[in-house]
Design a protein around this ligand. Structure first.
Ligand code: FES
Length: 94
């Protein structure tokens, strides 16, 4: 298997950002980890291979946005910061 040579984003926070979002409003989630306005993009990614992930809030609520930038389901926290992954699901609980 060929090693993955893609650059890794900066881990902005080892845990999610709990933020209020407004239904129908569009947001740009920072995927590079460099933004000073986490979890949202402030264009600090310019010049890097990263681009923000755009999404429209489906409802008004508090959302848990990925802070480690390694979620398998960005922009949402998927527990990757706590060692969860899709490949580790379905097995026994250790
Ligand atoms: S600042 Fe990180 S993706 Fe824009």
């Amino acid at each position: 298997m060929k090693p993955d040579s893609r650059p890794l984003p900066v881990c902005a926070q080892a845990g999610p950002y709990a933020v209020p979002v407004v239904e129908g409003q569009r947001y740009r989630w920072c995927s590079c980890g460099l933004s000073k306005t986490q979890p949202w993009c402030d264009d600090a990614h310019v010049g890097t291979p990263f681009v923000p992930v755009e999404f429209e809030a489906p409802l008004s609520a508090e959302f848990f946005m990925c802070g480690c930038k390694r979620s398998e389901n960005p922009p949402y926290c998927f527990g990757t910061c706590r060692g969860h992954s899709r490949s580790s699901q379905g097995g026994s609980r250790a």
